[in-house]
Ligand binder design. Structure first.
Ligand code: DGY
Length: 329
């Protein structure tokens, strides 16, 4: 009988696929049991000799981890669509396929972008806290008055599947929708009633600017001080992609100067956001703990895809969803 595959899984996963994996004698799983990720040293220790690694966005998978694992490592399977924490080039150079989990989280993440648009515009979080704090004493004409979403202009920066899903929802709000993508996507734009524009036009004409683009060397700090200068006074920035796409110091300055109207952030440059961040003192900023894809159903589907990628990689088959550069991408 062949020895079971040794797999390090950096957290307990939801979903049926993972439950089945736990029962499968073909796998010898080392599952990191707590919510906090393994430290760097713990990660380096637990990957030694594994055939596969299942990881999350909180784990940095670089050459040192691949070296520590050893030559028998056959697949890196990440339970997320974004893989900026994985050195995909280093994996690909060694012939190790990298899996991700696209598709299943598109609509759930677009819903969250809209939760941030609406809560930022209509001051939902601030107003709920006002009630809980016992501040609701009467009704006044301008009490907790925000800005209208209906009839305004939405700008989508990055027009992949999630950007398109965000744009599609805007039709119900009677909005003009502008979009920008590094590679123009005119057909996708037309399909959801969006106008494809230059980057600067999206920033300067939108009331809501939604960031929905992958983090790469090219998009790091794409939304910088210049971008905030271009934005309309009163415009609201929403980011459900990755924190480092926004220059957070420039965002704080733009908010402090009243250059923009507010921000709804599901992601921050460093996660978790430090409790002394000025963003947490601003009433016109909503910060969420990176929960864009966090519906129970979607997280289960993501985990199932991660398990399917793992099984395929160990069987030497093409991964159902791969981001590899050289192996099977
Ligand atoms: C992703 O999938 O990349 C999200 O950020 C986590 O769901």
């Amino acid at each position: 009988m062949t020895a079971p595959y040794r797999v390090f899984v950096t957290r307990v996963l939801p979903g049926n696929g993972f439950a089945e994996l736990l029962e499968d004698p073909a796998f010898d799983l080392d599952v990191w049991p707590v919510d906090f990720p393994p430290t760097r040293d713990e990660l380096l220790e637990h990957v030694v000799g594994v055939d596969a690694l299942v990881c999350l966005i909180t784990d940095t998978i670089d050459s040192a981890v691949l070296n520590a694992a050893g030559e028998q490592l056959k697949v890196v399977s990440q339970m997320a669509v974004g893989v900026d924490n994985v050195d995909v080039a280093a994996c690909s150079a060694r012939g190790i396929p990298v899996g991700n989990t696209p598709g299943v989280l598109t609509e759930t993440t677009a819903d969250m972008a809209w939760a941030l648009i609406l809560s930022s515009a209509r001051r939902v979080v601030e107003a709920a806290e006002y009630v809980k704090d016992g501040e609701w004493k009467t009704w006044t004409p301008t009490q907790m008055a925000g800005v209208d979403v209906f009839g305004s202009t939405l700008g989508v920066v990055g027009f992949g599947a999630i950007g398109q899903a965000i744009a599609r929802r805007a039709q119900g709000f009677g909005m003009r929708v502008l979009c920008w993508n590094r590679t123009p996507r005119p057909e996708e734009a037309a399909a959801v009633g969006a106008e494809q524009c230059g980057f600067d036009d999206v920033l300067s004409q939108s009331d809501f600017v939604c960031v929905s683009i992958a983090l790469t060397d090219d998009t790091r700090q794409l939304i910088d001080a210049r971008a905030f200068e271009l934005m309309k006074p009163g415009a609201i920035l929403v980011n459900t992609a990755r924190g480092p796409i926004v220059d957070e110091a420039a965002l704080v300055s733009a908010l402090e100067a009243g250059q923009i109207g507010g921000a709804g952030l599901d992601v921050t440059a460093i996660e978790p956001l430090a409790m002394d961040s000025p963003l947490l003192t601003m009433r016109n900023v909503v910060v969420l703990p990176h929960i864009g894809s966090a519906s129970l159903a979607t997280r289960g589907k993501m985990a199932d895809i991660a398990v399917a990628n793992l099984r395929a990689g160990l069987a030497g088959e093409p991964l159902p969803h791969s981001v590899s550069l050289a192996v099977d991408g």
